[in-house]
Ligand binder design. Structure first.
Ligand SMILES: C[S@@+](CC[C@H](N)C(=O)[O-])C[C@H]1O[C@@H](n2cnc3c(N)ncnc32)[C@H](O)[C@@H]1O
Length: 214
């Protein structure tokens, strides 16, 4: 079973939120590839990005600093409040939307980028969310996903206990039939835990909406 908004509100208000602070290096590596070229000068206005399950906004803020007009969506009001507070402190503008990803309908044909990091909802809802995220992209727009690979299951690392909610490149590829898959990979990386550094695996997806299809 997935956690409720109340669970996440408690964590963002009182709990261990260590992971929320620094952008994930694997996400940043993908986002850097698809972000506006700063050498081209400031785009006015910048392209739009959608951070789905944005949490406390570590990637929302990174994107806002890299030329995107970002909409952060989460069902945790506490998370979005942290995002807005940090955006104000860093003097960047972001839009926040309080919504459940199980039913959230982003506007179609709107975003040059949609991002999903470490959001592990149940498979039927995940597939529906990915379909809506794909439709929200402009033609040529990118979807980037980073999250726990199934191989992290049972290793004691933070993450879902339900194997169905874990990502594999094959699973996510199958749930993105309308996008062109540019990268679908199982990537080893190091995470810092209370007991030291641990090896973990992430699933990383980068995909684009073809220019010539619906
Ligand atoms: C592990 S955190 C990851 C947050 C952020 N993407 C990051 O990488 O820092 C998972 C986030 O997904 C949000 N979330 C989980 N299920 C959701 C749902 N059904 N609707 C909206 N947000 C959800 C939680 O509130 C939480 O902020």
């Amino acid at each position: 079973m997935t956690h409720s908004a109340e669970y996440w509100n408690r964590r963002y208000t009182h709990g261990d939120i260590g992971w929320t602070l620094a952008p994930h290096p694997l996400a940043v590596a993908e986002l850097a590839l698809v972000s506006p070229d700063p050498a081209a000068g400031p785009a006015a206005p910048g392209p739009r990005a959608l951070d789905l399950g944005a949490g406390a906004g570590r990637h929302t803020l990174w994107l806002a600093h890299h030329g995107w007009r970002v909409t952060a969506v989460d069902f945790s009001a506490a998370a979005l409040q942290r995002t807005r507070r940090q955006a104000a402190a860093e003097e960047v503008e972001v839009t926040t939307v309080l919504a459940d990803l199980a039913s959230y309908e982003p506007p179609q044909d709107t975003f040059g980028l949609a991002l999903i990091t470490y959001v592990h909802i149940e498979p039927p809802q995940r597939a529906a969310l990915l379909a809506r995220a794909a439709k929200a992209l402009t033609r040529g727009g990118r979807l980037v996903i980073v999250g726990h690979h199934l191989d992290n299951l049972g290793t004691g690392l933070e993450g879902p206990s339900d194997p169905e909610r874990m990502y594999t490149p094959e699973r996510l590829r199958a749930e993105l039939p309308d996008l062109r898959i540019e990268r679908a990979a199982r990537v080893p990386h190091t995470v810092t835990t209370e007991t030291g550094e641990r090896e973990a695996y992430a699933t990383v997806i980068r995909a684009s909406r073809p220019a010539n299809t619906g």
